[in-house]
Design a protein around this ligand. Structure first.
Ligand code: GLN
Length: 483
């Protein structure tokens, strides 16, 4: 049962081959057996899962038939879940039970999903390896010594290990696409504003976006359908109708113009990954796509700009964790300043403190123009590069990451080495564009992802290309040994 995709589960439930309660019970047992190796969950929600499964079975018995009705999923532990610990991977929120559900959680629950638990993540979503979690690193099922990617590493590890068919993630600079690439999954970061951020604990508000992690593009379409849509509670949510993503999967790729930026193949990219990207380009050419070399001239400035903007926004967002209102409070504070200092010093981990310091510095009087304002100008140049590229092509294609998964701890002493892993993903966040990563082969037994980017609100186009690719390749069907 655990090998089924969301689409297969929906058919099985509709055909009464099994019930949601049976499926949920099977997966909960599998999680209990295998998750100790992976550490992909921070909290399990067995009771909630069984009651949601029962309710979904009852709704089906009454004639309802939604694609997500009775489907088991998990949420990255930064989506607020009412009455359930929502830790954000931090000691700061280890004791925090959210008083309400995030819009994404509420929408998926209304569609009939069954929440198995909350997944492991980098602390406050800051990281690319799931190594900064207060709950310890999640492991990559393809090699338990390696990172599953981050920050949505727990969601990726759990889905890749077939503990469940799909999970939610969030992507501020690549945290859906990069772990998808490193664990052989399909992951989609929607257009900024497509999925509500209400109840999603903020890292960098102008970049954060929730989205699906699953094994196939078909399943990403199903999960995204349940997540997307206007939300009056999120002032940056966009009031655009949500198309039928599953209906967009079967379009022909004949004549589709795919742009491959020449800057993507510079030093820093593992040549074996470059080779696999070229192979995936040939595969899409066979399906009728037309390939064009394009240029994104400002791409080289993306990492420095991102690592000013994201920490700047984080330093502001995380000021709310002061030991008074949420989460951790130090023992016996002597005065107010001592309360702030020690609660934040003890509650936040090293990487979070580093980002807060960088961000506060970049925003401080005297430095604001030199760093923050400059970074915002670069952000605009990067967006303009994309706008001119999309005058010529329909999709931009390249690697998702420059390297496959690394050994846990290998980059801990050098944070900048980890930041460089984001080189291909962060530009989409800076520009607000949708992006998808899909499996494209293996290097040394570790998965490699190919990234597709599209113009605003063209999630359907990304899913269409990925689905057609997956009908003609079998990388996404490969399963890690032992799972
Ligand atoms: N690796 C990037 C960072 O650390 C992106 C993380 C994310 O997308 N949440 O900021």
């Amino acid at each position: 049962m655990h090998h089924m995709t969301l689409a297969e589960i929906a058919r099985g439930l509709a055909d009464k081959k099994f019930s949601s309660v049976e499926l949920t019970t099977t997966l909960l047992a599998r999680i209990a057996q295998l998750d100790p190796q992976l550490n992909s969950f921070i909290s399990l929600t067995q009771d909630l899962a069984l009651s949601q499964a029962k309710a979904a079975d009852a709704r089906r018995a009454n004639g309802e038939n939604g694609a997500l009705l009775g489907a088991p999923i998990a949420h990255k532990d930064l989506f607020c879940t009412q009455g359930i610990r929502t830790s954000c991977g931090s000691k700061m929120l280890d004791n925090f039970k959210a008083p309400y559900d995030a819009t994404v959680v509420a929408k998926l629950a209304a569609a009939g999903t069954v929440t198995l638990g909350k997944t492991n993540m980098d602390e406050f979503a800051m990281g690319s390896g799931n190594e900064s979690s207060f709950y310890g690193p999640a492991k990559n099922p393809w090699n338990l010594e390696c990172v599953p990617g981050g920050s949505s590493g727990g969601s990726a590890a759990a889905v890749a290990a077939r503990l469940l068919p799909a999970a939610t993630g969030t992507d501020t600079g690549g945290s859906i696409r990069q772990p998808a690439a490193l664990t052989n999954l399909t992951g989609l970061k929607p257009t900024y504003g497509r999925v509500s951020r209400w109840g999603m604990i903020a890292y960098a508000s102008s970049l954060d976006q929730g989205g699906p992690l699953a094994r196939t593009a078909e399943d990403c379409a199903i999960l995204l359908q349940g997540m997307a849509g206007f939300d009056p509670n999120d002032s940056t949510s966009i009031d655009e109708p949500v198309p039928d993503y599953s209906a967009s999967l079967n379009g022909s790729l004949q004549g589709l113009r795919i742009g491959v930026p020449k800057e993507y193949f510079s030093a820093g990219l593992d040549p074996r990954i470059a080779e696999l990207i070229h192979t995936s380009v040939k595969e899409l050419e066979k399906l009728g796509a037309v390939i064009k070399e394009i240029s994104l001239p400002n791409m080289q400035h993306a990492i420095p700009a991102y690592y000013v903007i994201a920490p700047a926004e984080a330093s502001s967002n995380l000021s709310r964790f002061d030991g008074v209102r949420f989460g951790y409070r130090c023992e016996n504070p002597t005065k107010l300043e001592d309360l702030y200092k020690r609660s934040r010093g003890e509650g936040f981990g090293t990487e979070v403190q580093r980002r807060i310091m960088v961000g506060a510095y970049a925003l401080s009087a005297g430095y604001y123009d030199a760093y923050y304002l400059k970074a915002q100008k670069i952000r605009r140049l990067i967006k303009n590069d994309f706008m001119s590229a999309f005058n010529e092509v329909d999709i931009i294609l390249g690697p998702t990451t420059p390297n496959p998964a690394w050994k846990i701890g290998a980059k801990s002493s050098d944070p900048v080495a980890a930041y460089l892993e984001d080189v291909y993903t962060i530009t989409a966040n800076l520009a607000g564009l949708p992006g998808l990563s899909m499996p494209a082969g293996f290097v040394d037994g570790l998965p490699v992802g190919v990234q597709l980017l599209a113009p605003y609100f063209q999630e359907g186009r990304l899913l269409n290309v990925a689905h057609q690719y997956q009908l003609n390749t079998d990388w996404h069907t490969r399963t890690p040994t032992g799972f």
